[in-house]
Design a protein around this ligand. Structure first.
Ligand code: PLP
Length: 499
């Protein structure tokens, strides 16, 4: 029988309970129980864990769920096994764990009744998984250079707008954002990205993520089929899954999303979400003919195209590629951009260019989610753009990041030769290396995080279907060119046992 609530001790007395009658599988209960205790520091790094046999006996359950849970915890780096000596809480965990009180959350009191959550929220993976994504490191994706950030200019603009706040700025405001800022963004997008829009079509958002979520809410209904790139940006996928959409993964080849395969697979999909300038994660730039095919399909099928142009400011080998939106003649493209890559992600500022006839619907839906964007960052960014600091910062960082990218590509070549092919390095702030068949990128990432304190973003979680490639997405923007050879050497040391 289930022994709900029975504490288990294994020489170190962790309090782990399982409930055999619960809907949640036993292996998941054990996995979550251990993980919560580790995150809450109730189990210390280096502490010994009972053997699977001992725990199974203590809990009065079969050994299989215990083995499954331990395997998962080992794969994710929460546990480490020492040959002949048993299983331990990973000894290098302290730096990796985020500050969180997740493990301290009190379970509901008995008899509190059902506590049902939405099916969509249960779809999403836990926020605290996995270890490789915590904090920053030499190859962390999304890590930028801050040594060259114009702090003094930024500080003085913030001070300017804090010193002389106009009462009018303190009121409720337009769901689309401030007029001055939208003017600045529209001029920038017209010139730098060939986006065809007026300021009236710009909506200011809290980064691309809010824009993706709004697109899903405004354009799609639960059950709608949506093309997504295979592989794709997981947070884009989750925004669509939260909406209850049916995702149709369409393979990406050297020219970007394969439109003909998309048409064969799902001709009447309601939308396609794409990253044409620098496909995430593979880094391919969508060819001109594919762009035209995609626009053609959208018009024939009556579908929407959502263009996530998240890092197009950084191109190193050829001229910037104009946006997909700029080629659109039937007002089917919603264009999304962000300052997360050009300035800093904590700014939480991005923008969309919305077809004119949809502006009212987007405004109505945005009002329900968070009313309108906060004023201060918009005011600061307006001056930052119109006084020329933004263009200067992009010029400076483009050069810097191209040096860092070159250093990474060279170091990878000298450490690995052609064994780990490099892709997608011509633009953006990350590239991809692929692993030989038979290796598991997630397993290697977990081990590198736990044992070498090295965060490697695995490629395989970006795939939705079964044909998955293993590899790593390596960010390079946050590591100085001079440090790159050392960091790649660390990478080699972490990979050597597997290669
Ligand atoms: C494909 C893609 N879109 C968007 C973003 C940026 O998101 P946000 O603007 O919400 O910070 C990222 C960040 O890594 C990304 O990789």
């Amino acid at each position: 029988m289930a022994r709900a609530g029975k504490p288990v001790s294994g020489g170190f007395s962790p309090v782990l309970t399982v409930d055999r009658l619960a809907a949640k599988p036993l292996h998941r209960q054990i996995y979550e129980g251990y993980r919560a205790m580790i995150v809450a520091r109730n189990l210390r790094p280096g502490q010994q864990i009972p053997s699977t046999r001992a725990l199974a006996v203590e809990l009065g359950i079969s050994r299989i769920p215990v083995l499954d849970a331990y395997a998962q915890l080992l794969t994710e780096g929460y546990f480490e096994s020492r040959v002949g000596a048993g299983t331990y809480v990973s000894s290098s965990l302290p730096d990796l764990l985020p500050s969180t009180d997740i493990g301290k959350a009190r379970p509901p009191v008995d008899g509190s009744g059902p506590r049902k959550l939405s099916r969509q929220s249960a779809f999403l993976p836990d926020f605290h998984d996995p270890l490789w994504a915590f904090g920053s490191g030499p190859f962390s994706v999304g890590q930028l250079d801050f040594d060259h950030f114009p702090f003094s200019v930024w500080d003085s603009l913030v001070a300017r707008h804090c010193r002389s706040v106009r009462a009018a700025a303190l009121n409720y405001s337009d769901p689309m954002g401030s007029r001055e800022f939208r003017e600045a963004v529209a001029s920038y997008l017209g010139a730098a990205r060939a986006v065809q829009c007026e300021a009236r079509q710009i909506m200011v958002v809290s980064g691309s993520q809010q824009a993706l979520d709004l697109c899903a809410r405004v354009l799609l209904d639960p059950g709608d089929k949506v093309w997504i790139e295979e592989p794709s940006y997981p947070l884009m996928r989750y925004a669509l899954e939260m909406r209850g959409c049916r995702l149709i993964p369409i393979p990406v080849d050297a020219e970007g999303l394969d439109v003909h395969r998309g048409i064969r697979r799902s001709p009447s999909a309601r939308a396609a979400f794409v990253t044409p300038s620098h496909q995430y994660p593979l880094g391919v730039t969508m060819s001109a003919s594919r762009r035209l095919q995609l626009l053609d399909w959208a018009q024939t099928a009556g579908a929407w195209l959502v263009e996530d142009d998240y890092d197009s400011e950084y191109r190193y080998e050829n001229m910037p590629i104009a946006s997909l939106q700029g080629l659109d003649r039937s007002s089917r493209v919603i264009y999304i951009g962000t300052f997360s890559k050009t300035l800093f992600p904590a700014l939480r500022l991005g923008y969309m260019a919305i077809p004119m006839d949809l502006v009212e619907r987007f405004s109505a839906v945005r009002r329900v989610t968070d009313l309108f964007p906060p004023f201060l960052n918009q005011a600061v960014m307006t001056d930052f753009m119109i006084e020329g600091h933004f263009a200067r910062h992009i010029r400076k960082t483009r050069l810097l990041y191209s040096q860092r990218r070159n250093a990474l590509v060279q170091a990878l070549e000298s450490e690995f030769g052609s064994r780990l092919p490099v892709a997608g390095a011509q633009a953006g702030l990350h590239l991809v290396i692929t692993l030989p068949d038979g290796l598991s990128d997630c397993e290697i990432s977990a081990q590198a995080a736990a044992q070498d304190n090295l965060r490697l973003w695995p490629l395989s979680p970006c795939y939705l279907g079964k044909r998955v490639r293993q590899g790593f997405i390596l960010g390079f923007a946050g590591t100085r060119a001079a440090d790159m050879p050392n960091q790649v050497h660390r990478l080699k040391k972490a990979l050597t046992p597997w290669l």
